[in-house]
Design a protein around this ligand. Structure first.
Ligand code: MN
Length: 232
């Protein structure tokens, strides 16, 4: 084959692959970039924690979930929420990696840099007051869930199937979408990661300090949006 033709063909092959691979890969899971720079939550959550937490911990979960597609091809063709809603039939690797992927994706989005955090919408504010008495009381219950979770897990504010708000917590990478008997089910609108990897570099063993500081970075605009979507 003529060299020029060969080069043209390989350029075509590269262009073809570049065009088609994202389509082939679209059914797989991917790690989205953080929605803000890794240092944007300083001083409450430090840059190195964010980089390691996102790139390595969340990244490993995405890889782990992709590895399950061979065993359970349908998880690539349905929403992650749908998979988690019937997670009991998929086994521990989907439960742990799929839960982790969902939980961390939510976690990055319910935090925001200064100036973009907003406050609870009128509808969310009314629901918080109606369910808990006040925002402070909701936070107190949430803190108890976060601090009372022994070992690794998450604290959640959820919309229940009856469209009420509730505070709950889950172990490991479980979440309220999962069809597991020990879980209070609902749609998460706010979640806090209380695994040590989420805070140990800056706060060491002082989980309570981390939880207190974390409230400063909550993205109420996003929590409100999720509340309204879950109650529509
Ligand atoms: Mn985490």
């Amino acid at each position: 084959m003529h060299i020029a033709t060969s080069a043209r063909l390989s350029r075509f092959a590269v262009a073809f692959a570049a065009t088609c691979l994202p389509v082939l890969a679209a059914a797989q899971f991917s790690l989205a970039p953080l929605p803000y720079p890794a240092d944007a939550l300083e001083p409450h959550i430090d840059k190195m924690t964010m980089e390691i937490h996102h790139g390595r911990h969340h990244g490993a979960a995405v890889n782990g979930l992709n590895a399950q597609v061979k065993t359970f091809p349908e998880i690539a063709n349905q929403s992650l929420e749908a998979t988690l809603g019937q997670v009991s039939k998929y086994g521990a690797a989907v439960r742990n990696n799929g839960g982790s992927h969902y939980n961390h994706d939510l976690f990055w989005k319910v935090m925001a840099p200064e100036g973009q955090r907003g406050k609870p919408s009128a509808a969310l504010d009314a629901a918080i007051t109606g369910n808990f008495g006040s925002l402070d009381e909701m936070k107190k219950r949430f803190d108890q869930a976060a601090l009372g979770r022994f070992g690794s897990g998450w604290a959640w504010l959820i919309v229940t199937p009856e469209k009420k708000l509730a505070v709950t917590s889950t172990p490991n990478q479980d979440n309220p979408l999962m069809d597991l008997p020990e879980i209070q089910r609902g749609t998460p609108i706010l979640g806090l990661d209380v695994w040590e990897h989420a805070y140990y570099l800056k706060y060491q063993n002082k989980r309570a300090d981390y939880v207190t500081q974390w409230w400063n970075v909550v993205n109420w605009n996003e929590v409100s949006r999720r509340y309204e979507a879950a109650t529509k």
